[in-house]
Design a protein around this ligand. Structure first.
Ligand code: FES
Length: 99
């Protein structure tokens, strides 16, 4: 998916991209752009609003933790991983593809 005009988030921040009903949270972790589904697999919490420590994001609703590099569950209550996305900055915007 291409998001023309989208700008990469600043380091330590996240943005939400939505196209065709798919919402992707893109985080800038020390200059590395990491994308995961924006809806927590537990009960749909807003992953893009989660706190990040290293490459782990914590869902703000019930504190499930996910690895932003893969979407894998680090700690429940969630049991299913988030879908992960490869994110790259291009001259016209951002490109987001499933891992
Ligand atoms: S909705 Fe994310 S941990 Fe419950």
């Amino acid at each position: 998916m291409k998001f023309d005009g989208a700008k990469a988030p600043e380091p330590g921040h996240a943005i939400l991209l939505t196209v065709d009903g798919v919402s992707v949270a893109v985080f800038n972790v020390g200059g590395l752009l990491l994308g995961v589904d924006a809806k927590c697999t537990h009960m749909g919490g807003p992953i893009n609003q989660g706190a990040v420590a290293g490459t782990t994001v914590t869902c703000p609703w019930h504190h499930s933790q996910f690895d932003l590099r893969t979407g894998a569950v680090v700690q429940g209550p969630a049991v299913r991983p988030l879908k992960g996305y490869r994110v790259s900055a291009e001259s016209t915007g951002l490109r987001v593809d499933p891992l």
